[in-house]
Design a protein around this ligand. Sequence first.
Ligand SMILES: Nc1ncnc2c1ncn2[C@@H]1O[C@H](COP(=O)(O)OP(=O)(O)OP(=O)(O)O)[C@@H](O)[C@H]1O
Length: 754
Amino acid sequence: MSDRQDQVREEQAAVDLRYARLDLLREQTRARLARTRRVGPSGSPQNRSERDAFATLYENRLAQLEGVEQRLCFGRLDLVEGTTRYIGRIGLTDEDHTSLLTDWRAPAAQAFYRATSAHPDGVVRRRQLVTRGRTVTALEDEVLDLDAWSQEDGRTSEVAGTGALLASLAGARTGRMGDIVATIQAEQDAVIRGDLAGALVVQGGPGTGKTAVALHRAAYLLYAHRSTLERSGVLVVGPSRTFLRYIDQVLPSLGETGVVTSTVAGLHPGVVADGTEDDATAEVKGRAVMARVVARAVRLRQRVPDHETSVRVDGKVVVVRPRDVVDARAKARRTGRPHNLARVVFVREMLQRLAEQYVQQLGFAVPPEDRAEVLEELRTTREIRIALNLAWMPLTPQRLVEDLLTRPARLEAAAPELSARDRRLLLREPGAPWTPADVPLLDEAAELLGEDDQAERAQAAADARRRQEELDYARQVLRSSGAGGGLVSAEALAERFASGGPVLTTAERAASDRTWTYGHVVVDEAQELSAMAWRMLLRRCPTRSMTIVGDVAQTTSGAGTRSWAATLDPVLRGSWRLAELTVNYRTPASVAEAAQRVARAHQLPASPLTSARDVPDALRVHHVAEDAVEEAVVAATHSSLADLGLLDGGDAEAGRVAVVAADDDVPRLARALAASSVADHLVPAGPSVLDAHVAVLTPRETKGLEFDAVVLVEPALVGKASAADLYVAMTRPTRTLHVVTSSALPAGMEDDGS
Ligand SMILES: Nc1ncnc2c1ncn2[C@@H]1O[C@H](COP(=O)(O)OP(=O)(O)OP(=O)(O)O)[C@@H](O)[C@H]1O
């Protein structure tokens, strides 16, 4: 038997041992969960909530243990001192607490990603274990310290290391992003393990792993700062619901299930923003000046009447005078409280003044205890209520923004700094559905209006007292049960013990609370965010602990950014740091180079990019007559499916093709494909377009996604609408870019003659 086979066998035994431990832990957790559930709905409220808390704890632990099945153990370090260390998705120890597997996020695993021959960091050999299911199929060795290696072991070994990376890059796509935990590269690792504090901006060209890095960083931060982040939660913001589906398996595969993912539009609970609007309108709504416009709209709802209103109450006449409204309004505004809360002060002040008028007409002094009665009488008089409401109306955010955007006079008064054209763009039909760009306006309004939360505040004080008691109790429980396992803190357990109400996880509570502030926020495709969207996000992250990833050359929204400094300096006051990723892992070099040429020709601020690999014949240009475009698109799609081995039988899960065309062409092409030989491949096998082998998409819908092959239709038309759209579309394929064109190619995208 060869030396290599011996080594594979040795590693198989090591991997088997770790899976056996995983199986045992799963079994034990399942048994504990079943025991906890069997207790049934009896006992005191304290007992019940304790049982629910443990059930949640075991459910989370089980989800974690089940999420890490694939490539549980993927690496091994041989260290100078003669010991070995296995690296994997989670940490495992045996019964005696001896380490079996080091969590990839632990400091002891860092050398696996960072050590180089120049800086071996105590590592003699780094080994990648390539596995399929639970079977070790190959080993990839990198000897980092040749001196130490030859002294210690005379065996020969293949010095490789990039094989596992290249194999993972070449694999067919499934419509879901995978993790990169086994092959994180050094420049990516530095970003992933960067400090929690402050805002870290990661700029990088297409395919440099920004999304992957951002998600691995979320998992890393949860591991390294669990006690902080477990209670406050981590939020991941992505550009669309399709994108969120695309990434939804990455964090669970890294053993993290409690992260909230959302679009910006989804962050305002209770608002469904499924309306659409053109880019020009969204651009105006996203401008920073809209914060002033909304603030002015609120102030304009605190109005001084232009005449007096006399009201008869019990035979006396009280007068709502403009002068009193001016004084009461000034007093209410001086509190600095939001509109609906300051209104309480306004109303109280006005009622006092009206009571004064009333009492004076009685002709005798009213004792203080009777004065309350007078105030109540006045407060409940309909005409007075109407007069006070007209002066200071309680408002919901929806009402304020709806009024602002449907009434030209109100808009003109609130937005004098906008041009007549911009104001026209903002106007909408009454009752029209909310759009994504409306949501930051609603959120701004909610902030300025506030809610009348007196009852809630009293409840919060009572809750705080009770929580302290529960916290003490939870500490005792953790001490006596040893159940924490690093996954849950006493504080988190206490939260779950809190009686009254279902047992909600941090993620569930955070997602349903507009005013929740997260411990860390990850923003992907951040270049698309408008100034108003940034304000909304920053309200949810007062600590400014953020990971912001994006590419200013891919900005397609009119409200987005072309310069991080221009966008972030005003909102983060200069306190952010920049990291750059420079290696493209997605697109074959020849396609990436064509995309870079196009970007330069269109003056996009494209980052320098080196490609990790090339694929022969990756860029294929098809010049056709205008009336032959559809046929050529079908043929290119057909050939892509054939290349992926999806035509015969065609039931393989993996393999994704996108047909990308200008917005107006998409319906026509979808029809042509539906009537062609590839029709069966257009039908999604699941709830998302990503579940079909072939998807027909606009360039914007492909944002952040990737496909094995892309059929790009009429690039000149795509580029005319937006050069960034063209750049995005060109950089989506992992293998082949078919370009179907009936006119001259856009500048930079030279025909390679094929
Ligand atoms: N270290 C790595 N090992 C294996 N695959 C990697 C690695 N880094 C990135 N990739 C892969 O490269 C592809 C592109 O990554 P990702 O989508 O994160 O890039 P991006 O920078 O966000 O791209 P874009 O800006 O175009 O959206 C993904 O398939 C990802 O899994």
